[in-house]
Design a protein around this ligand. Sequence first.
Ligand code: NAP
Length: 306
Amino acid sequence: MKKVSMGNSSIESSRFIYGCMRIAGDNSASNRIKGKTAIMAALEAGYNHFDHADIYGGGASESIFGELLAEKPHLREQIILTSKAGIRPRNNDHDTYAPTRYDFSQPYLLASVEGSLKRLNTDHLDMFLLHRPDYLFDVHEVAETFALLKASGKVKHFGVSNFKPSQVELLKSALAMPLLVNQVEINIHNIDTLLDGTLDQCQQHGITPIAWCPLGGVAYSAWGNTFSGEDEQRIENELSQQSEKYACTPWQVILAWLLKHPANICPIIGSTTPERIVAAKQALILDYSREDWYRLLEARNGQAVA
Ligand code: NAP
């Protein structure tokens, strides 16, 4: 599969990243096998970059991946492993009750990385991302935490997720190393990053935008989907015409729509169905036009751009 650099680094990632959020399912034995089958399908299809977070499946997603690495240790040097932390689940013990919160404190992040390394059965992460901006984060504390993780060799490179441009600027101002990526939701429903300066900032500073939930609003209901039935019909009609023109499926058109953006968006494919993991690659070879890009935007918005 076509490769792209993460930020300005020497990390060469497949253009599609495989997202491991769903690989544990309900963590039953059959779902764990299904999860491993999906990972192997992604590897065979040329995905070399796997996205995790400490909280996916309550840690089970990383454990399944770690089991696979224990069975096939040679795979570790062939792949890029990314994990995220900073969303701290609630503690329901009534004596020590704490709500779900964001936590970028040094002890919490260091312990989270240790947990990910153990579950993934590896001695380092290629990239570590802050999962969602902690409203209370101390930028100097985070900078020191990143420096400690880098010096220990436990994390090679750093990035963020769901950060607004101002939050990226703030963090960058205190860091001794570059931020390689900003992992954000981008799909036909949620186009915030097109409008709020995120994708402009990525291009200006050599930050790779990684798109989570790339099929939200089309193949899969976006989180907080606000499309009306009429909106959906209009989008489906346009996708149907375009998929006929490009001889592909509507959801492959959606991926091509993301790939067309000059910021070099890298979508994360989160399907656990091997056929879909493989079929996504079709989007990479479509010669998708500017006119079709705007036609789909118009169908999404229900009106032409001014
Ligand atoms: P996705 O790839 O857009 O959606 C996956 C879901 O859509 C799965 O339930 C999948 O079902 C279904 N699907 C995919 N293709 C389909 C098709 N052609 N027809 C019908 N259903 C289809 O995105 P995602 O899993 O929500 O997110 C991808 C990755 O992004 C995650 O794995 C995770 O690594 C990352 N992520 C990051 C954040 C963040 O805050 N940073 C948040 C969410 C996710 P099947 O499995 O049955 O194919």
